[in-house]
Ligand binder design. Structure first.
Ligand code: PMV
Length: 358
């Protein structure tokens, strides 16, 4: 009789503080990066496997067919089966995934999605025995996530993750991310209000952006700067120096966008509203002496970060001053990383009448 196995995992998105920008070979980073793990923006993926002749995949997103995602899923599963997971070669995989945030919202869903897929697959291949406490298995998950989407490898760990070899971070590796626990408790309380100023599809993908770093006139300087920022960041995180943390974070965000603007094929992802919010944040910080800082992914949306103790003052001001500049906000917080869900928990999330469909 054919035996089927089902597993479900929820994995969050993450926001890089020191950015990964530039890659080589099989998705290896040109510089080390560090991120905060989020919680509200997450993907739940349920996988049911049954023995089959050859790898077969059926994929539903938000309970519906989504051919462009299904193609990507099949491609990465094919790669994993080919390179290092031969156990996948004789399975039929029914995969269902659900994002807690609209995929078209302009925030990266590939990190949460790829990591939830890698978790589910490794769990299936270990007959449902994968535990987030198993450090060796989680490194494997992180490695597979990296092959799917670079920054996804950082999403599975609690609070802070480091990806890319760097002398200041013991155990760091280009191959997979590691959890970084030498962090002051203040950072565990951080909020990330993701202010969506545009949910339009990005004009230039991250992959194209990474590619433009090859031959970029400032590439070498950028990689040196990232290494220095990583060095400083280790001590800043340990000490809880939230001002220094914010200064480097903003510098990293603007450097990332600067590199896009001044690459030989120039492009700009910032919107006028992005700049308006940036100047409001800086003015508010200066006037009220409140440690609220911003960062950006490869897109126009603002991630506004601050410690929990400032929530009331920041919220009042956000509603009063920033509200006209963004479409909607995803109010996120630093989270504990990926978690396994019971069949019951998964069925609550993967319900057919999902709130939204993209
Ligand atoms: O993981 P990718 O290939 O989508 O690249 C992500 C790059 C940034 O989000 C801009 C930075 C980062 O480190 O996450």
């Amino acid at each position: 009789m054919k035996k089927s196995t089902s597993v479900a995992w929820q994995s969050p998105s993450n926001i890089a503080i020191v950015k990964y920008w530039g890659k080589h070979g099989k998705q290896y980073p040109r510089n080390a990066s560090i991120s905060l793990t989020l919680s509200a923006a997450a993907t739940t993926t349920m996988i049911t496997s049954t023995p089959a002749d050859g790898l077969r995949v059926s994929y539903l997103y938000q309970g519906r067919d989504k051919p462009e995602f299904a193609d990507r899923v099949e491609r990465i599963l094919g790669q994993w089966a080919e390179s290092e997971l031969p156990g996948l070669r004789d399975l039929h995989l029914e995969i269902n995934s659900y994002n807690s945030f609209p995929h078209s919202s302009g925030i990266a869903s590939s990190a949460s999605f790829m990591s939830s897929l890698a978790l589910g697959i490794v769990d299936i291949l270990s007959a449902g025995g994968l535990s987030p406490e198993d450090a060796v298995a989680m490194r494997r998950v992180s490695h597979l996530s990296r092959l799917g989407s670079g920054s996804a490898c950082r999403s599975i760990y609690p609070s802070v993750a480091v990806w890319g070899e760097h002398a200041a971070y013991d155990g760091s590796s280009d191959d997979h991310a590691i959890a970084w626990a030498d962090v002051h408790a203040i950072f565990e309380t951080y909020h990330d209000d993701i202010l969506i100023v545009s949910s339009a599809e990005k004009a230039v993908s991250s992959s194209a952006g990474h590619a433009l770093m090859e031959g970029h006139p400032y590439a070498a300087t950028r990689y040196e700067q990232a290494a220095v920022h990583m060095q400083w960041m280790r001590d800043i995180l340990r000490a809880g120096d939230i001002e220094a943390f914010g200064e480097i974070m903003e510098n990293e965000a603007l450097t990332l966008h600067g590199l896009m603007m001044n690459s030989p094929t120039s492009y700009i992802l910032l919107e006028p509203a992005t700049l308006s919010i940036i100047s409001e944040i800086r003015a508010f910080r200066k006037e009220k002496q409140i440690p609220v800082y911003f960062t950006l992914d490869a897109g126009p949306n603002i991630h506004m970060l601050y410690p929990h103790s400032e929530e009331a003052r920041v919220s009042d001001w956000r509603e009063e001053v920033l509200r006209p500049h963004y479409q909607f906000a995803i109010r996120d917080r630093v989270g504990r990383g990926a978690k396994k869900l019971s069949a019951h928990e998964a069925s609550q999330i993967l319900r057919p009448d999902a709130d939204f469909a993209n």
